[in-house]
Design a protein around this ligand. Sequence first.
Ligand SMILES: C[S@@+](CC[C@H](N)C(=O)[O-])C[C@H]1O[C@@H](n2cnc3c(N)ncnc32)[C@H](O)[C@@H]1O
Length: 148
Amino acid sequence: MFTPQPIGFVSSPYKEASQVPKGLGAKHEAEGTLMILPDLELGLTDIEGFSHLIVLWEFDRSGGFELLGTPPADNRPHGVFATRSPRRPNPIGFTVVELLRRDGLKLHVRGVDMLDGTPVLDIKPYLSNIPAEKLRRGWLAEAEARLK
Ligand SMILES: C[S@@+](CC[C@H](N)C(=O)[O-])C[C@H]1O[C@@H](n2cnc3c(N)ncnc32)[C@H](O)[C@@H]1O
C-alpha cells in the first residue's frame, strides 16, 4: 500500500466538530478553500471547467473506529460502511463540493463539512451518471420517514 501524502489543506469556517451541521436534513452550504501545495499546481490545469469536485480527505481528528454505530441521522445502529461516520478503519472522508472559482493554488468551494486544516488526499471532477430513480437510500430513507 502507498503512504498517503496531503496534496493540500482545507481552509474551513469549522474549527470544531460541534460546529458542522449534522443529522437529518442537515445542509452543507459553508464556503471554504482547498489550498493546494505549490509543487502540484500543474495538476490543477483545466479544473475550472467543472462545476463540482469530489474531495477525498483524511479524518485527522478522529480516533479509532467503530464497526457498528448510531449516526446523528438515526436512533438505530448501522454498519460503518453503510454510514459516513468519521470513525472508520481507514479514516478517509469524501465530500462533493461546488467549485466557485480558482485563484492560482486556491480552489474556492461551497459545501465543505471538513474541519479547518483537514488534509486533502485527492480531488477528482464529479461526473454523476446514475439516474435519480435508480438510487436507493437504504436506512436513511427509512429513518427520514420514521423520524419526521
Ligand atoms: C459525517 S462526516 C461526513 C464527512 C464526509 N462528507 C464523508 O461522507 O466522508 C462529517 C463529520 O466529520 C467530522 N470531521 C470533519 N473534519 C474532520 C477531521 N478533519 N477529522 C475528524 N473529524 C472531522 C465533523 O464532525 C463532521 O460533522
